[in-house]
Design a protein around this ligand. Structure first.
Ligand code: CTP
Length: 424
């Protein structure tokens, strides 16, 4: 997505400017053509050579170069840019941008370009929260600028507060989101479920599964990068929440069912990539269950111990029933669908260890899905925890596609490629 995209990275004079080196490096590695413009103050913190080395291109700074070339250059840069990112954005530069002032190369380009503006303010808390800075940011937002809020944490001064420069991953997420805002999912609301559910046994134990959430998180990020409003309903996973995605953390299948039920009314698509536990313990012990011991000796007894399980609701199954006008099974409260505002495209996953095609086709029918993505989790290049996946995609009309092994990012793109034409 970033290949050959023309991105200007403006660096202001803040201590966080050294962190922007990593961003420039990652953008260059992703194939973007990165033109760095530094303010005079930025050069006090980091030398232009560092950015030139990372961007593999010359760095711009002086609007008043004796050759007079810079005057032409700033127009050329401004016209060619697809995005202007200012990191870190200092209170001073934010103020100049809000008032249309141009006294250096960066502010001149900012005024001359029609490319979207993305700012990541980073500064001392009181400067950030000052009404002047907030009013200037509000002005810029009104004009269409995208602002990545600074994080709360330890600042250069040693104080803890808001004003910390975001992680590179957050900034890359914001850049992808802005560049993809007019993509083929623009204006769509999509729900993705991810990870496995955890069904509590007692306060310290649960019944779970091996799902890492990687497939679902990749699906959420891909949809965000194509312009969708993404709701990610996630079980407990070890992945950071993606930037620009509405997160809803759940633990159990019942909570996941309730979350899906809450959001489907105005959704265009639901992709259930979560590994929902089919059963949960019938009773959750209030206190930690202790080892069985012989009363007289206190010795550990090697008796069998069992946990009774009860079926969880089948979220996609209930949804299929509800959409057909039926009602869900008696032991379940059932998904409630007040009135769907549009046709909801439903995509399921099937993780199988045998008879992949038969099981997948049966699931697609049983859950009345538009698409079913099946993978053989006994393969080493596929399924739980891996970064690659080998999937078969089954369509409602009976068609089946056998996709090669690819990174989960590629599988996510392939799935959305097939959902988009169904959205109508
Ligand atoms: N699913 C669901 N609710 C459940 C279980 C699964 O909505 N309680 C969804 C999964 O998110 C997935 C699809 O249904 O998209 C298929 O899940 P899977 O566990 O493979 O199917 P099951 O119907 O549970 O069949 P089985 O466990 O017998 O293979």
């Amino acid at each position: 997505m970033l290949l050959n995209r023309r991105i200007i990275v403006g660096i202001c004079g803040g201590i966080a400017s050294y962190k922007a080196i990593d961003l420039v490096s990652k953008l260059q590695q992703a194939g973007a053509l990165v033109d760095v413009i530094m303010t005079e103050h930025a050069e006090e913190f980091v030398r232009p050579l560092t950015f030139a080395t990372m961007s593999h291109r010359r760095v711009y700074s002086d609007l008043w170069e004796a050759s007079g070339e810079a005057a032409e250059t700033h127009i050329k840069l401004a016209e060619e840019a697809e995005l202007l990112v200012i990191v870190p954005a200092t209170a001073n530069t934010i103020a100049k941008l809000a008032h249309g002032m141009t006294d250096n190369m960066l502010t001149a380009v900012a005024l001359a370009t029609r490319a979207p503006l993305l700012l990541a303010p980073a500064m001392y808390t009181n400067m950030y929260t000052h009404p002047a800075t907030q009013a200037n940011l509000a002005t810029l937002r009104e004009r269409g600028a995208f602002v990545v809020e600074p994080e709360v944490g330890r600042l250069a001064s040693g104080a803890i507060g808001v004003g910390r420069f975001p992680e590179t991953a957050t900034l890359l997420g914001a850049i992808h989101q802005v560049l993809g805002r007019h993509g083929d999912l623009a204006g769509r609301r999509v729900i993705v479920t991810a990870g496995g559910t955890q069904e509590p046994i007692d306060p310290v134990r649960y019944v779970g599964n091996r799902s890492s959430g990687k497939m679902g998180y990749n699906l959420a990020v891909e949809a965000r990068d194509r312009g969708a409003h993404v709701i990610l309903v996630s079980g407990p996973v070890a992945l950071p929440p993606p930037f620009g995605v509405e997160m809803h953390l759940v633990e159990t299948a019942m909570q996941m069912r309730d979350a899906v039920s809450d959001f489907i009314t105005d959704a265009d698509a639901l992709i259930m990539s979560a590994a929902v536990a089919d059963f949960r313990p019938t009773r959750v012990a209030e206190q930690k269950i202790k080892k069985l011991r012989t009363e007289a000796t206190g010795q550990h007894r090697e008796d069998e111990f069992s946990i009774d399980l009860v079926a969880n609701p089948d979220i996609l199954g209930e949804l299929a029933l509800a959409l057909k006008g039926g009602h869900a099974g008696e032991q379940h409260t059932g998904i409630s669908i007040p009135q769907l505002k549009r046709r909801l495209i439903r995509v399921g996953f099937a993780a199988e260890t045998e008879h992949l095609v038969e099981h997948a086709q049966a699931k697609l029918q049983r859950k009345q899905l538009d698409l079913l993505v099946a993978n053989d989790v006994s393969r080493t290049d596929s399924g739980f925890g891996t970064d690659t996946n080998k999937v078969l995609i089954f369509h409602a009309d009976g068609a089946m596609e056998d996709l090669p092994v690819m990174p989960k990012t590629g599988v996510a793109a392939a799935i959305w490629d097939r959902v988009v034409p169904l959205l109508g």
